[in-house]
Write a protein that binds this ligand. Structure first.
Ligand code: SAM
Length: 319
């Protein structure tokens, strides 16, 4: 689909979107099939040196109880996830300098021989450091651009710029890592035109994966009184992302499920083909408060079983 920004903005504003949802679903089936790819998500530290104004982990939030898992525990959990049937693990954290590139690389080296693919999602690093992660065996890196509007970006991220963020995504791509990008829907100040720009930026970067989820206000952040993003608009953006990036991995984001469990199921019929299942230890799961949410207690094998059942109930095949 060779849509320009104006066309995308008009499509997003359509009264009836059903035809586009159907086209996205057909394209998803043709291009990536009927499987839903399951990713284990291990959130290993909620320390963060950044002060992103929407995020509960930001370093200016004194209310959050902070935690860190030791590298040995991270490796052990990843191996348990492999044992339970997961084929990819996403290791995610705030930007926590405790985990140097050497420590992260060493963890990847210890996890990889088990045969599980490793995605890192630990924030911004240098060109050499992303290359080093690839050399250590990392397969993918997830770093969302968050918003494609440079002014909005600057207002929300006191210690970074959109240019710097996108440069990191280019380094990731160049390092030979599969590149995961994405953005939030409903950030205060965002318009449909911004979302059109977000979609085009995913394509310009050449994202292999894109996480598109609603913004959810956190009570201990400066955006506490802002409205949450719309589930419907999130689904529209996912469908258009499928049309723009036919072979991409598009998750039904955890944030969409927190906002509306029903919509999280529906997004699989309008372009999505990936689901993330937390394997974070229970206590830490509830401390990884990017946005307010609570997650039920379930061990790693049981979590895997449940996500497979859910996929089958959608008429799809777990992978
Ligand atoms: N530090 C890493 C980074 O910067 O990419 C990974 C962790 S960061 C917490 C993961 C993602 O959480 C961000 O890319 C952002 O899109 C999302 N996020 C943070 N706060 C959010 C909020 N209030 N609502 C929805 N998503 C949020």
């Amino acid at each position: 689909m060779d849509k320009n920004r104006e066309q995308l903005r008009e499509l997003l504003a359509r009264e009836d979107f059903s035809e586009i949802f159907e086209r996205a679903d057909t394209l998803r089936r043709e291009q990536v099939g009927d499987t839903i790819r399951v990713r284990a998500l291990l959130e290993f530290s909620n320390y963060c040196r950044r002060s992103c104004r929407y995020c509960g982990l930001n370093c200016r939030n004194p209310k959050l109880e902070r935690f860190r898992l030791e590298p040995a525990e991270i490796v052990e959990t990843a191996l348990a996830a492999r044992e339970a049937g997961y084929r990819t693990i996403v290791l995610q954290s705030g930007e926590d300098p405790y985990y140097t590139p050497e420590i992260l690389g060493e963890m990847v080296r210890k996890i990889k021989p088990s045969g599980i693919a490793v995605t890192l999602s630990c924030g911004e690093f240098s060109r050499e450091e992303y290359r080093y992660f690839r050399e250590c065996g990392a397969d993918r890196y997830l770093l969302k651009h968050e918003t494609s509007d440079p002014n909005l970006y600057a207002g929300l991220h006191p210690d970074s710029t959109l240019e710097q963020r996108v440069q990191c995504q280019r380094y990731i791509k160049e390092a030979g890592l599969e590149t995961g990008g994405g953005f939030m829907i409903g950030l205060p100040g965002q318009t449909l035109d911004t979302i059109a720009g977000d979609l085009l930026l995913l394509r310009e970067i050449g994202c292999d994966m894109a996480g598109i989820g609603p913004f959810l206000p956190h009570p201990d952040t400066p955006l506490r009184d802002a409205a949450h993003g719309s589930a419907q608009l999130t689904m529209r953006a996912v469908a258009l992302a499928r049309l723009l990036l036919p072979r991409a991995n598009l998750p039904a984001t955890t944030a969409l499920g927190v906002l509306d469990a029903k919509e999280k199921r529906s997004v699989f019929s309008c372009g999505a083909n990936v689901i993330m299942q937390k394997v974070t230890p229970q206590r830490m799961k509830n401390l990884y408060q990017i946005y307010p949410a609570s997650f039920e207690e379930v061990d790693i094998p049981e979590g895997r079983k449940r996500v497979e059942q859910e996929i089958v109930s959608l008429g799809r095949i777990p992978e």
